[in-house]
Ligand binder design. Structure first.
Ligand SMILES: Cc1cc2nc3c(=O)[nH]c(=O)nc-3n(C[C@H](O)[C@H](O)[C@H](O)COP(=O)(O)OP(=O)(O)OC[C@H]3O[C@@H](n4cnc5c(N)ncnc54)[C@H](O)[C@@H]3O)c2cc1C
Length: 389
């Protein structure tokens, strides 16, 4: 679908209202109580956010990466965590839309676009994060099913959602290792919404990204229909997982830039309210230097995201640009949140002031969707590849 500029403005205005009316008032309480924001999920369904990047043919909004990343920034500027409820879901949907068969797309994408089926992506295991090819979960063919055994960890949306794209080894002895990896669409709940036998889900208590369900998911002889092997071909799971990385990195960059912008906004206000030595602290040069640096890094992050998103939207390869945006914007989130803690002084330690939540949430953006150590290594490799002498 090609949206007009007026349509886009209307969509973004609606998001601004959603953020002000629905997210802002509940963010702190849900975060501190670590309680799932069910009310936001219902509102997100109404807004169509669960279908934001899913194709129109399947009932989605088919938004561009440019518009989608702007939406993510707006939400993360107020509270980063809820963006994960639709973000991880859309990574699963994107895997099905890119690699799934027509029957798989028809079976899952319309339900995902409305939010009736909400999902996530289950790659990480206790022994395998960055080194995904080291996963130990196995999927063994048995008649019309595969039998899943193994433990996934840090899986977002796994307790309150109903579906997961699960990466498993169909050939644990394959060399190279990625050739033995496959992805499966697993519906984790029965029609009554109960977790199916053969799956155990245990919530992880987190310091950050609270209120959102991130869990350990254990499969014990769990049967998944062979028809749910994504693309109906074994050995393509690793490519399917990494094939969504460009958009995934743009998304995480947008969350980082949102955190940075939100922390800056809190500081610009507080620095005018708080007085020391007879004047607002924004009139002290030490604080002005911080605000100037923060604001510049926020704008630079947004420009890097815009560049990567526009390249993505016009079909250009942008893994290096998306990696740069992810690296810089997430580090800017950490920078602005920690400078914000200094600007708020002792009050940064009080949960009455929300800067502490930004500080807790920011670091996750440096770790998810490829750690920032790996981002710089990938950027460097690309640089050499493009400029070989
Ligand atoms: C809140 C939260 C939500 C998450 N949600 C999901 C989810 O929904 N689905 C999912 O599948 N996963 C999820 N994850 C997992 C996340 O993707 C991993 O934590 C991440 O990939 C890093 O893996 P790791 O934690 O095992 O770190 P490790 O891979 O153990 O890395 C530890 C350190 O070593 C460095 N390192 C590792 N290998 C190399 C190398 N080759 N060269 C240089 N440095 C290296 C890393 O950069 C890092 O600094 C989530 C994690 C968190 C914390």
């Amino acid at each position: 679908m090609s949206w007009s500029d007026d349509d886009i403005r209307a969509i973004l205005d609606t998001i601004d209202k959603f953020v002000e009316q629905d997210i802002k008032p509940i963010a702190r309480d849900h975060d501190l109580a670590d309680s799932y924001p069910h009310e936001l999920v219902e509102k997100m369904k109404e807004l169509g956010l669960f279908g934001a990047t899913i194709g129109e043919a399947y009932g989605g909004l088919s938004l561009s990466a440019t518009v989608y990343s702007t939406i993510v920034q707006k939400i993360a500027a107020v509270w980063m965590a809820p963006s994960g409820i639709f973000n991880s879901h859309l990574i699963m949907a994107s895997a099905i839309e890119r690699v799934g068969t027509d029957a798989q797309k028809q079976a899952f994408l319309p339900r995902m676009a409305t939010g009736e089926l909400r999902g996530g992506i289950a790659l990480t295991e206790p022994n395998a994060g960055t080194d995904l090819q080291a996963i130990r979960t196995t999927a063994k063919r048995d008649g019309d099913d595969y039998i899943l055994n193994g433990t996934k960890t840090w899986i977002t949306n796994s307790m309150h959602g109903g579906g997961l794209a699960v990466l498993a080894k169909t050939d644990p002895h394959a060399e190279p290792r990625h050739k033995g990896m496959s992805m499966f669409i697993v519906e984790t709940k029965d029609e009554q919404g109960r977790v199916k036998p053969g799956i155990l889900i245990n919530k992880i208590k987190k310091t950050c990204y609270r209120a959102i369900d991130t869990c350990e998911v254990v499969f014990e002889d769990f049967r998944v229909p062979a028809a749910n092997l994504v693309g109906l071909e074994e050995g393509r799971g690793f490519q399917t997982a990494v094939g969504g990385l460009e958009l995934g990195r743009i998304n995480v960059a947008a969350r980082g830039a949102g955190i940075a912008q939100g922390a800056l906004d809190l500081c610009v206000r507080y620095a005018q309210e708080r007085e020391s030595m007879g004047k607002p602290i924004c009139e002290h040069q030490a604080i002005q230097l911080k605000l100037g640096e923060m604001a510049t890094k926020v704008e630079a992050s947004k420009l890097l995201i815009k560049q990567a998103a526009e390249m993505y939207d016009t079909g250009q390869r942008c893994d290096m640009e998306a990696g740069m945006a992810k690296y810089f914007a997430s580090e800017t989130g950490v920078y602005c949140a920690s400078e914000g803690m200094r600007i708020f002084g002792g009050y940064s330690m009080s949960v009455e002031y929300e800067i502490e939540r930004y500080y807790r949430d920011a670091m996750l953006m440096c770790i998810g969707e490829g750690t920032n150590e790996m981002q710089r290594i990938i950027i460097s490799k690309q640089l050499i590849e493009k400029n070989r002498i």
